[in-house]
Design a binder for this molecule. Structure first.
Ligand SMILES: [Mn+2]
Length: 442
């Protein structure tokens, strides 16, 4: 009997066949080879970096390991050509799961030459997508057919629209992450270090560090204001008063991306108010997306809400409208409201204007915004407003023409507590939006 997962995955592969057939026709190809990748060996060493498969390969087949090929030809059953070395040093890849194998003609080879032979002869109308140019050359692919720009843009574009299989996979990646967050919070409240909170997260999520979709960010106090803080200190003098955790879990190659900020004993009540205020405005923003809206408009709305919160807290002395107009919320919220989420944590095509890959860059006042798209059904993105006290960014305002719009005594009082970020993953549906994170982690 077929499982629900097998049915969803079948529909996903049918959709891949349909969109890829169109993309190939538009770009003059009639066969596509997706290569899972080659391990990266560190220079002058015999050790490899953790292996990350080519995302376009994962889009078709959640099969781990290097050297595999998915072959698609319109009208034909796709083939999965697996590289399964006879090896006693390392564990060979597991067989493809039954729900995957059912969608492909699967052929295993013990050597790269065997995979190459299974790929067979190539004409000019075969395209190769993957990072291993040497492998493509060994397959006989001409240079202009290796990662052709127009084709890759179209494949990226289609990844903006998640199938039901992908949405359910991302939802599945939330449960273990939520268990990790609860354990990290408990460790924090018990006086753990950043490193101990990180280990509590890994243990509760039941993952190894290298399986994470991205390195966990666990920062206490002022370190929570370093946007991608990876230090995870193992010692310090006193317990943390604020903890920011930004972490996810990967399932079948798709990762969740969640952030929570916790106040502990000794946190300034004004900073606690800011955390509560950020949670309230984040929930409002996460419920707001509708098909037809521009993501940029949500981002600007976030700046107004944060400006309002900063005025109520006494950090800014001007109303939100004035603060946004003068760019005074930007040092506190220097990143974008969110990004596409999928196989890549910062998923592709967020700044595409069309399926040909024309870029739609963000406006100059918001250079870090990763999503400039009009919101459509089946898009999955994060909603992650932030509010930080980053001395480097505040410096120019402290001595600038707008210095009197800030209460610098309040800024200095709150700076030791670092920053706040609250992040959920949402999928856009016809009637509104479904929050994938909150059901597991309110
Ligand atoms: Mn994120």
């Amino acid at each position: 009997m077929k499982s629900a997962l097998a049915d969803l995955y079948h529909a996903h592969v049918v959709e891949r066949c349909r969109t890829t057939e169109l993309a190939l026709a538009e770009t003059g190809f009639d066969r596509l080879l997706l290569h899972s990748g080659t391990p990266h060996t560190y220079f002058a060493d015999d050790q490899d970096a953790p292996f990350h498969p080519t995302p376009h390969f994962t889009h078709w087949a959640p099969v781990e390991g290097p050297g595999h090929v998915v072959e698609f030809r319109p009208g034909k059953k796709p083939r999965l050509l697996r590289f399964v070395p006879r090896d006693f040093w390392y564990e060979p890849p597991h067989p493809a799961p039954a729900f995957v194998a059912a969608e492909f003609d699967v052929e295993d080879s013990a050597t790269p030459e065997g995979v190459s032979a299974a790929v067979g002869a190539n004409g000019a109308r075969t395209a190769f997508v993957g990072g291993s140019v040497d492998v493509a050359a060994a397959f006989g692919i001409p240079a202009e057919a290796i990662n052709p720009k127009g084709l890759v843009a179209r494949l990226d574009w289609e990844r903006s629209y998640k199938s039901e299989y992908e949405v359910e996979t991302l939802a599945e990646a939330t449960g273990p992450a939520a268990r990790g967050f609860r354990a990290a919070e408990a460790a924090f409240r018990d006086g753990a270090t950043e490193m101990e909170a990180h280990h509590a997260y890994l243990a509760a999520a039941a993952v190894m560090e290298e399986q994470l979709p991205y390195p966990t960010i666990i920062g206490f106090d002022e370190r929570s204001a370093t946007l991608h803080y990876h230090g995870k200190r193992g010692t310090w003098a006193a317990p943390g008063r604020v903890m920011l955790v930004d972490a996810g879990v990967a399932v079948r190659g798709y990762g969740s991306d969640i952030t929570r900020t916790y106040a502990g004993d000794g946190c300034d009540p004004l900073f606690v108010n800011l955390i509560t205020g950020m949670e309230t405005l984040q929930k409002e923003l996460a419920a707001a997306p509708r098909p037809g809206m521009k993501y940029l408009d949500l981002h600007v709305r976030a700046h107004h809400l944060i400006g309002d919160l900063l005025q109520r807290a006494g950090v800014l002395k001007v109303p939100a409208g004035v603060a946004v107009e003068k760019g005074l919320t930007r040092p506190f919220f220097p990143h974008g409201l969110g990004h596409f989420l999928g196989i890549q944590v910062h998923d592709v095509a967020g700044r595409f204007a069309d399926r040909e890959g024309t870029l739609a860059p963000p406006p100059s006042e918001y250079p870090s915004l990763r999503t400039t798209r009009t919101i459509e059904e089946r898009m999955v993105f994060t909603i992650e407003p932030g509010l930080y006290f980053i001395p480097m960014l505040l410096e120019e305002h402290r001595n600038g023409p707008n210095r009197d719009d800030f209460d610098w005594a309040v800024v200095d009082r709150l700076t030791p507590f670092g920053g706040i970020r609250v992040e959920d993953d949402v999928v856009v549906e016809a009637g509104g939006v479904r929050n994938l994170t909150r059901p597991e982690l309110p």
